[in-house]
Write a protein that binds this ligand. Structure first.
Ligand code: ATP
Ligand code: MG
Length: 175
């Protein structure tokens, strides 16, 4: 669609809660404006509540997940790396179709941090971004080369988190 707005690259990073939530909020707003959204999740796999909700939005949101579902600690498995790299290639292809107005790359910062995706490949992706595509990268530990190239960087900083009280991800709130 023809947009009156200019498009930028946004990053949501930091150790506080709200990064994926922010990306979902932007998705909702974009859908309301008639935009077509590609919502990509790296590292994650499964029908989280947000995925169920996004599916209800119909053809305006396409969802892709490129995680093996195994948590990455230290050295990622070959399967995890292959899946993330396939994800990145598919995002490049999707971006170049110009079908999407907003592309969310959820947890891509973490995928770069653990070496699943080379930072240079994401830089190349950002350089090829058409000017009418908004791109959002989420996840802790954004590489500084990416933050430098983004137009907006917000750091969610943890002041308090109930995780420290042993409260793990809750359905409806964190997943
Ligand atoms: P949300 O999806 O709620 O917006 P987020 O995207 O900002 O959160 P992630 O870094 O993706 O947060 O965190 C994923 C999971 O890690 C959360 O579901 C939560 O249970 C856990 N978590 C979040 N913050 C912390 C923290 N400060 N310390 C430990 N674990 C955390
Ligand atoms: Mg997240």
């Amino acid at each position: 669609m023809q947009k009156e707005t200019r498009c930028f690259v946004q990053v949501y990073t930091g150790n506080g809660k709200g990064k994926t939530t922010a990306a979902l909020g932007l998705t909702l707003r974009a859908v309301g404006a008639g935009w077509i959204v590609l919502f990509v999740q790296f590292l994650k796999q499964g029908e989280y509540s947000e995925i169920k909700a996004l599916k209800r939005l119909g053809g305006q949101v396409k969802i892709c997940q490129y995680g093996s579902g195994e948590f990455v600690r230290g050295r990622p498995s070959e399967k995890e790396v292959a899946s993330a790299q396939r994800g990145l290639n598919e995002v490049i292809e999707a971006m170049e179709t110009k079908k999407y107005d907003l592309i969310i790359l959820d947890e891509i910062n973490v995928a770069m941090h653990f070496g699943l995706i080379p930072v240079e490949s994401v830089i190349a992706l950002l350089e090829r971004r058409p000017p009418d595509v908004e791109m959002v990268l989420t996840g802790r530990w954004v590489p500084k080369e990416i933050a430098e190239r983004a137009d907006l960087v917000t750091e969610m900083r943890m002041i308090k988190h109930y995780f420290s009280k042993g409260i793990l991800a809750r359905t409806g709130i964190e997943r």
